[in-house]
Design a protein around this ligand. Sequence first.
Ligand SMILES: NC(=O)c1ccc[n+]([C@@H]2O[C@H](COP(=O)([O-])OP(=O)(O)OC[C@H]3O[C@@H](n4cnc5c(N)ncnc54)[C@H](O)[C@@H]3O)[C@@H](O)[C@H]2O)c1
Length: 272
Amino acid sequence: MGTFNDRVVIVTGGALGMGGDTALEFAREGASVVVADVNREAGEGLVARMAAEGLRGTFVEADVAEGTSCRRVVSDAVATFGAVDVLFNNVGIQPPTSYLNVEDTPEEMWDRIVGVNLKSHFLMAKYAIPEMRKRGGGVIINNASVQGLQSQKLVPAYAASKGGILSLTRQMALDYASEGIRVLAICPGTIDTEMVRTIAASEPGSVEDNLRRFGATHPLGRIGTGQDIANVVLFLASDKASFMTGEYVCVDGGYMALGAWAGGAGAAAGES
Ligand SMILES: NC(=O)c1ccc[n+]([C@@H]2O[C@H](COP(=O)([O-])OP(=O)(O)OC[C@H]3O[C@@H](n4cnc5c(N)ncnc54)[C@H](O)[C@@H]3O)[C@@H](O)[C@H]2O)c1
């Protein structure tokens, strides 16, 4: 018996990265999982892997920045599995070409990043909440970032989208608490996914060396894994977290505990 037997879970951006790892973990804990993603090949591959393990999953090809697609993801979930209990609003993009100041950021790039990262969370919640209400409650978990709490240079659209997710999380938590719908956010530090590997590949040096360099800036001395994220998301979605809502949880190897004035992780560990 798994923790999520009889529960239906939607994961946006669920084909790869931490979305893929979390979708698989939900399925292994008994959930029926809807993987919503633009990447058909990866999404179908993940669902085939679930089937090979005797698990329940289905893939919906969808660009979740669009309202019609989000409505279809929810209606497909209900048509296939009969309900929606958990929504993991995981999707997000940070193209390497987007490291620009406000003046140089094209309006289309701003719209795309905010559309995928923030508007999709609103749209998916908008269409999933009526289904959760029919079940007497549900859980929405939004994937923000440590960049929603503190900033680096030259990420105006990404930082704004992630800060917006934290505000939207608090707002929805307040508006739906009385209906038993909990809303939470996670703030990952650097996690080993396709997104981060693309960023690592765009910088001088080898990808593996750059990942180690990113990891060295985290007090725990490494970057995170998709499994690190899946573990926390499944806990937050479970009844063990039934008194948590309107909150964010950092899954960041101690990154947000470290003040910039402290001189970085090496200095904090007495290594400088
Ligand atoms: N990787 C990190 O270090 C890190 C850190 C903090 C926060 N995050 C956030 O975590 C989330 C997941 O990131 P990741 O690193 O796993 O990303 P990833 O790029 O590795 O995977 C993202 C998935 O989303 C899908 N996707 C992209 N645009 C889509 C769209 N419009 N509609 C549907 N699917 C779409 C991709 O096909 C892919 O399967 C994002 O919200 C990201 O901003 C990542």
